[in-house]
Design a protein around this ligand. Structure first.
Ligand code: G4P
Length: 291
């Protein structure tokens, strides 16, 4: 976690993925269903070339189910295989072999026509850190211990784990770097905890999250912080200013005060981020297909 990405590291990662891609029939990209845009590195499209693809919407337990359904339809319409999972609990993982075979239907028929029977399907999993790649591989392979890449001592030779007869998975995931294309990407990765909080102070991060939830999921804030109504956004008020007023309102309701009686917005920001990440506040998807 919290790998530092520098050009040399990115080049090595890219080369390793290019090598591994030669060995496989299908590339599975794991994304965080809460942030299907920010948790992808679009470079994967170039890397993958015309390899068949499967997109795994993991952390579906934490995402807004209606939005996950829309994302799935979006990628399906563009020719990707899709699968929705909660790798932590294992939900959806049993459909993985069927999803792989569906995505490779034409190829499998081609192999059969050429008499290539018994040829195993080989697959690799890739994605940015923290989307749940290792958890997914372990669940799909039915094992408990984690094998993670980038760790000294982990065998360097290619290791394949058997998912079912005829389906093999490369046991170390391809790790892509997060791509900060704009401020929103960095913020969304920080909200979910995929990158360290230190990209900005926690209170400002909390203001941004409040403003985003206030726009998209006002009901969750009303309920979660027992507010009668949200302070209305003023004309031209930016996210930080409005988010700060939302933090204040929530802090007051939670009785969080600093000496002098002012709302403890710093503490409230930490609580908000914790409750967002743990799922206590609800299930959220911060990015829509049309964006
Ligand atoms: P990575 O290989 O992509 O870097 O991710 P990894 O599998 O290490 O998972 C990162 C964290 O996300 C782990 O939590 C893991 O349990 C959790 N996780 C993975 N998939 C899911 C999912 O579908 N739903 C939810 N809710 N969580 C998921 P951790 O904090 O490192 O450990 P722990 O709290 O599980 O002990």
């Amino acid at each position: 976690m919290n790998i530092q990405w520098y050009p040399g590291h990115m080049t090595r990662t890219r080369r390793k993925m290019q090598e591994d891609l030669k060995l496989i029939d299908l590339l599975c990209e794991v994304v965080d269903a809460r942030i299907p845009v920010s948790s992808r590195n679009p470079d994967i499209d170039t890397l993958a070339g015309d390899k068949p693809r499967l997109i795994i919407f993991n952390r579906a337990d934490q995402a807004d189910p209606a939005m996950t359904a829309r994302w799935i339809a979006f990628y399906q319409a563009r020719g990707f295989g899709v699968l929705e999972t909660d790798a932590k609990q294992g939900r959806g993982v049993s459909q993985f072999p069927a999803a792989v075979r569906a995505a490779l239907k034409d190829k499998i028929e081609g192999w059969r026509a050429k008499g290539q029977v018994g040829r195993p399907i080989r697959v690799m999993v890739a994605g940015i850190p923290n989307v749940g790649k290792s958890t997914f591989i372990n669940k799909a392979a039915g094992r408990k211990t984690a094998v993670t890449g980038d760790r000294p001592g982990v065998t360097r030779g290619k290791q394949w784990v058997t998912v079912d007869s005829g389906l093999e998975l490369l046991d170390t995931p391809g790790i892509l770097w997060p791509k900060f294309e704009d401020e929103a990407t960095g913020l969304h990765l920080a909200f979910t905890g995929a990158v360290r909080d230190e990209i900005m102070d926690t209170e400002t991060l909390g203001c941004h999250l409040m403003a985003l939830l206030g726009e998209r999921y006002p009901g969750a804030l009303l309920e979660g912080y027992k507010l009668k109504e949200l302070p209305a956004r003023e004309d031209g008020e930016n996210d930080v200013a409005w988010g700060y007023r939302l933090l204040e309102a929530a802090a007051v309701r939670r009785g969080m005060k600093i000496s002098g009686g002012e709302a403890d917005t710093g503490r409230m920001a930490r609580v908000l981020l914790d409750e967002f990440r743990s799922g206590k506040l609800g299930r959220f998807t911060l990015e829509a297909p049309e964006s």
